[in-house]
Ligand binder design. Structure first.
Ligand code: SF4
Ligand code: SF4
Length: 371
């Protein structure tokens, strides 16, 4: 398999603030181009696009191409199973097969393992349940996506040597991050001899939309290469990485990604050194390390468009512009502003990046746009 996977978390939208308003016509073109260029791996999940991503996958991919032309990955949403039963888990798995329109998943993951979700998986015996589904032929390869420390990853992999693969957040900005621990987690997976699927190689678009100084640093070395190509090649060049997921949002992104990943070459030692320099510069810019995954928004009682506000803030930090205040006002007119946050903490509990969202809203976003 070619090493680029089509992430179905950031599909193009017809209305920017409505995650379910997916532009299906453009998606179909994106899928067709992706497949025509010899790429086959698609990744979806229960939560994505207001729980509609699996249905969009069926419409843009499954109903239009033979089952043998693609491989599909889906995930058990542990985050919503906290109060639920084993019967709910079984119902959700079958609902996912139906929504996607398939009889089996090529890859299936326990979604977002951290200490809290691991406890849920243990209570519901999710590992055994999914092993049974694999034995029944409904899952071909079983793994988990992970958002916690390397020490905890070691614990989980030691307890579950039956896992076929592990999905990790790896990119050149998080490689040495003390919280995300990309390098340490990667090395742990390698020690356990698990193939690695990479998520967030472009960190939710942050490594594709660089500030001018960082973009110039990369451009000076390789004028024809997009910033995203640096980030994806960084991850894809690591030993043991079997797939790099990219949440593509336009036909242009599919065209660019499939072009440089077709004749894929890992970063050279010199290029890796440049990414270290780029990461240092990015850290100094002080952007909020949000990946725009939107896991935080569903439970917000104040309907605050958290990822959109963080993205706007980050753009302002990188390249200040006075008109961003108007964008902020437009964004928060139909939904609530950062200062409306009541610090209930629901969003922070759902954030795989472990961001202290209420503090960031009150101490960074609100002062930047509301005063
Ligand atoms: S802490 Fe604030 S932003 Fe987070 S869910 Fe509660 S009200 Fe919404
Ligand atoms: S704040 Fe956290 S949960 Fe919300 S979009 Fe950003 S990374 Fe995702």
């Amino acid at each position: 398999m070619k090493k680029l996977g089509f992430g179905c978390m950031r599909l193009p939208l017809t209305q920017p603030q409505d995650a379910a308003s997916v532009d299906l016509e453009q998606c179909r073109q994106m899928v067709d181009l992706f497949l025509a260029r010899g790429f086959t791996y698609f990744d979806t999940a229960y939560f994505y696009h207001n729980r509609q991503s699996e249905c969009f996958v069926r419409q843009m991919l499954v109903e239009r191409h033979p089952r043998s032309a693609f491989v599909l990955a889906d995930k058990m949403p542990l985050g919503i199973l906290g109060e639920k039963t084993a019967e709910d888990q079984d119902r959700i798995f079958h609902e996912q097969l139906e929504k996607c329109g398939v009889d089996y998943f090529d890859y299936y993951l326990l979604h977002c393992i951290d200490e809290e979700n691991y406890a849920i998986a243990q209570r519901l015996d999710t590992f055994s349940y999914l092993a049974q589904k694999k034995a029944e032929g409904k899952i071909r390869r079983l793994g988990f996506s992970f958002h916690d420390s390397a020490a905890f990853l070691d614990q989980v992999l030691t307890a579950h040597p039956e896992m076929d693969f592990v999905q990790l957040q790896i990119n050149y900005l998080d490689w040495e991050d003390p919280l995300i621990q990309s390098r340490l987690c990667y090395e742990t997976a390698r020690r356990h001899q698990k193939p690695v699927v990479v998520m967030e190689p472009v960190k939710g678009g942050q490594l594709a939309n660089l500030s001018q100084p960082v973009a110039e640093l990369l451009h000076a070395h390789a004028p024809g290469a997009s910033p995203a190509s640096w980030a994806i090649r960084f991850a894809a060049g690591l030993d043991g990485v079997m797939m790099v997921l990219s949440g593509m949002s336009s036909l242009e992104q599919v065209a660019d990604n499939t072009q440089f990943m077709d004749a894929f070459t890992p970063l050279t030692p010199e290029e890796r050194t440049i990414t270290v320099q780029a990461a240092q510069m990015l850290r100094q810019e002080g952007a909020i390390p949000c990946t725009a995954c939107s896991y935080c928004t569903a439970g917000c009682p104040q309907a605050i468009p958290i990822p959109a506000l963080f993205t706007l803030y980050n753009n302002q930090v990188r390249a200040p512009r006075p008109d961003r205040r108007e964008t902020y006002q437009a964004l928060t007119q139909s939904q609530h502003a950062a200062s409306a946050c009541i610090s209930c903490g629901q969003c922070a509990a759902a954030c795989p990046q472990h961001l202290d969202i209420p503090t960031l809203l009150h101490q960074q976003v609100a002062p930047a746009f509301e005063r």
